[in-house]
Ligand binder design. Structure first.
Ligand SMILES: Cc1cc2nc3c(=O)[nH]c(=O)nc-3n(C[C@H](O)[C@H](O)[C@H](O)COP(=O)(O)OP(=O)(O)OC[C@H]3O[C@@H](n4cnc5c(N)ncnc54)[C@H](O)[C@@H]3O)c2cc1C
Length: 240
């Protein structure tokens, strides 16, 4: 692993942890300052691939995890991320042991689950692992466009506010994998929404797949209106 780890460090960019704060029962806010002067070429909704297994004797599959950019401030060259600890994998243990002033190695940002101005209205759906991502998308939707949201968790203590302390998205306390309850809420939204909708579904891969199929089959939504990104899937590790 030593050779691969060194290679990983060499092709990665470096940042320093300037703050780490527990913001909910299972979530840490991690603030990073870039260590080079290049800045990020960044589209809201992109993510970083972070070396979470540095100095740990872990398998290659445990070395890298993907985290969305919650916010990027170009002036101070700082990046915020919200890292969850619902799992017991290498990403969760990295977040728990990470300390202020530590170096973080990453590649990116990249991704296709990004800002898209083509909707007349938006529906943002996801669990807590996708909340920071959806906050970032929400902040970049033109203010005159209507945003509906369904952010769910099985405990209220898991919800957290956006970077500016506000809570502009709607929280629902629901059991895991609540596809039926989400479909009921989507039906209520579709009755009142006007124009062309655009939906973002992130987090639990089962919910992503079911809701995409539902909107295509029952409402004939075009694929371009449905943006889904599984962040995790039961039985699988380290999706990207
Ligand atoms: C594009 C993208 C963006 C992402 N952005 C974020 C982000 O901003 N914040 C964030 O926290 N994560 C994010 N993730 C998920 C992240 O990459 C990790 O998969 C996650 O943190 C779990 O990693 P792990 O090593 O702790 O567990 P793994 O070793 O990957 O998984 C161990 C087990 O835990 C289960 N598991 C993983 N996550 C959860 C969960 N949330 N709830 C219940 N069970 C789970 C897995 O199914 C698996 O069975 C993103 C993923 C992708 C693909």
């Amino acid at each position: 692993m030593g050779v691969l780890e060194n290679l990983g460090k060499r092709i990665s960019r470096k940042a320093i942890v300037t703050n780490k704060q527990q913001i909910a029962e299972h979530t840490f806010r991690i603030t990073l300052k870039l260590q080079d002067s290049k800045g990020l070429s960044y589209t809201p909704g992109e993510f970083l691939r972070v070396l979470v297994g540095v100095d740990q004797s872990v398998k290659l599959t445990e070395m890298v995890r993907t985290y969305s950019v919650w916010g990027y401030d170009a002036a101070s060259q700082t990046i915020d991320m919200a890292v969850c600890t619902f799992s017991s994998g290498s990403g969760a243990s990295w977040a728990k042991r990470l300390q202020k002033d530590e170096t973080v190695y990453f590649t990116g940002p990249k991704g296709k689950f990004v800002q898209d101005d083509s909707g007349d209205y938006y529906i943002l759906i996801g669990d807590i692992s996708s909340l920071a991502h959806l906050y970032e998308i929400n902040r970049h939707i033109p203010p005159h466009k209507k945003v509906y949201s369904l952010i769910y968790a099985d405990h209220e203590q898991d919800f957290f506010a956006d970077l500016d302390g506000t809570s502009p998205l709607s929280f629902l306390t629901l059991p895991p994998n609540p596809v039926q309850q989400l479909i009921e809420q989507i039906e209520l939204i579709l009755k009142q929404a006007q124009g062309k909708g655009l939906v973002y579904v992130g987090g639990d891969g089962r919910v992503c797949v079911e809701l995409r199929n539902y909107l295509k089959q029952h409402h004939q939504w075009d694929s371009r209106q449905i943006k889904v990104k599984p962040f995790w899937m039961p039985g699988k590790t380290g999706l990207e």
